[in-house]
Design a protein. Structure first.
Length: 230
């Protein structure tokens, strides 16, 4: 299958969905699904970078996810903190730059500090970027950019606007992968996905492994991207 991937995306976004349903199908609490979902994240991230993809964005917690039970929210934050701690040495060894998209100020101190530490340690790396969207919503991100630009004189161009987004300097998202059968964006990188290809799979996130990634990349490499041309 490998040889069928003739064109690679530069930037892949994953909407990691279906953890709750994965757990429910096993009569387990939703938090168990989040645990299993967290366990597969690095396998996918490293497979992407090993194949030569430059940037990976992961949707981990949306601005809308605050409406979930507090216990579930706390579990997700705890898993993210553990994930960053567990892979801190790997990020340095593999020269992966970490950025976080989203408002960190609303996060628990431990998670915010872990994010800030790993962002600081990896900021000089440039060949691979891992972008984790935490407390992220695309509308909030766009409004934040508008507010950053407020008071500035003259017209704002696309490039300048892009530089005020969390993803400043990253290529646009070429491929969005959403697991669990839902076919929607749920406030994920609206600006950056203007010309993305969208790959939807019924597979639930905890079951998404390298084989499923390969399927998505093969599918992507068969797309005819026209960007408005002919
Ligand atoms: C995605 O899985 C993870 C987060 C939103 C944090 P869900 O928790 O949304 O799982 P489902 O969609 O309820 O199955
Ligand atoms: C999107 O999943 C957010 C993340 C994966 C973090 P949701 O499960 O929150 O999205 P909806 O509610 O199905 O749109
Ligand atoms: Mg969901």
């Amino acid at each position: 299958m490998e040889e069928e991937i003739s064109v690679l995306p530069k930037h892949v976004g994953f909407i990691m969905d279906g953890n709750g349903r994965w757990a429910k199908a096993r009569n387990k609490p939703r938090t168990f699904g989040h645990q299993k979902g967290a366990d597969v994240i690095y396998e996918i991230v490293s497979a992407c970078f090993n194949r030569g993809i430059e940037a990976v964005s992961l949707y981990a917690f949306s601005t809308e996810n605050w409406s979930r039970p507090r216990e579930e929210i706390d579990k997700i934050f705890d898993l993210l903190r553990r994930f960053l701690k567990k892979y801190s040495a790997t990020l340095l060894r593999e020269k992966i730059r970490l950025i976080i998209s989203g408002d960190l100020s609303a996060l628990p101190d431990g998670l915010r500090e872990e994010c800030e530490r790993r962002i600081g340690e990896t900021k000089a790396f440039s060949s691979h970027t891992l972008n984790i969207a935490i407390n992220y919503g695309s509308r909030a991100e766009i409004l934040r950019a508008v507010n950053l630009l407020k008071g500035r004189e003259g017209e704002v161009g696309e490039e300048e606007f892009s530089s005020c987004l969390y993803t400043a300097g990253l290529p646009d998202v070429d491929l969005v992968v959403r697991t669990s059968g839902e076919q929607r964006l749920s406030n994920f990188f609206l600006w950056q996905c203007a010309y993305s290809e969208f790959y939807f799979t019924e597979v639930l996130w905890p079951d998404f492994h390298e084989k499923q990634l390969t399927d998505a990349l093969v599918w992507f490499s068969r797309r005819k991207r026209r960007f408005g041309g002919v």
